[in-house]
Write a protein of this length. Structure first.
Length: 244
């Protein structure tokens, strides 16, 4: 049986994947582990440490699975290729090799957001949620659904969220992904407001009429796309050569 591991992004725990639950084929095993510091999972002693993160997530990220990382989750999954055995494939959803891009979210825009987070974490997180929903076909409906899934309180500790913002600012996976020992697939919403146009254009597949939160705007299409990728990397098939 093919295995998918879904990894959430900044400020959202694993409940973000619930809209996909009725959409999966029966021959697919799907797990949605939370990152340390999220949803009651103990935070790391050093939330910014990739080594500590790898140790904490080793059992959740097996080599015989396809890892799917959304947004910050994709950056972290890519960075963990240096620390854990490679998966059957890595899927980057709504993220490129790095988060900061002069034609997407600039370094200055992220720095301004980090200052706002220092002043008022709850207000800043709400702003970020609205920001990432800007490309959805029905942003207000998507925002209501997001709040129904996650609730109002932040699902992670302040230290974990702060470290995540630092990782969004610093992590650059270009070298890691170019040298990856597993296939790398990129998926993006065609209207993702957090991605530069060239990053959206380079995606393996673009989901039409969707923004950053494709699991809200088109869960069936996203599940179908991920299941197709997982099927390509079934254990009974010959492992493909890495592609970036």
């Amino acid at each position: 049986m093919t295995r998918l591991v879904l990894l959430s992004g900044w400020g959202c725990d694993a409940r973000i994947w619930q809209p996909l639950a009725p959409c999966w084929p029966t021959d697919l095993e799907v797990t949605t582990p939370d990152w340390p510091g999220y949803a009651g999972r103990p935070p790391l002693a050093d939330p910014a440490s990739l080594g500590e993160l790898a140790t904490a997530m080793a059992a959740d990220l097996p080599a015989d699975a396809v890892w799917v990382g959304w947004s910050l989750g994709g950056l972290l999954a890519g960075a963990l290729l240096d620390h854990l055995p490679s998966p059957r494939a890595l899927v980057l959803l709504g993220i490129g090799e790095r988060f900061v891009h002069p034609e997407g979210v600039s370094a200055q825009a992220l720095a301004d957001f980090r200052h706002a987070f220092e002043r008022s974490p709850d207000t800043a997180r709400e702003h970020f949620l609205r920001w990432q929903l800007g490309g959805e076909p029905e942003p207000r409906r998507a925002r209501r659904e997001l709040h129904q899934l996650l609730g109002t309180p932040a699902p992670a500790s302040i230290a974990t969220l702060d470290a995540g913002l630092g990782q969004l600012a610093r992590l650059d996976n270009r070298h890691r992904l170019n040298a990856a020992s597993c296939p790398v697939h990129r998926l993006a919403g065609a209207r993702d407001p957090l991605l530069a146009g060239e990053v959206r254009a380079s995606a393996y597949q673009r989901i039409a009429d969707a923004g950053h939160c494709t699991m809200l705007s088109d869960p069936q299409q996203l599940a179908t796309s991920l299941a197709a990728i997982a099927n390509t990397h079934r254990p009974d098939r010959e492992r493909p050569e890495p592609t970036a």
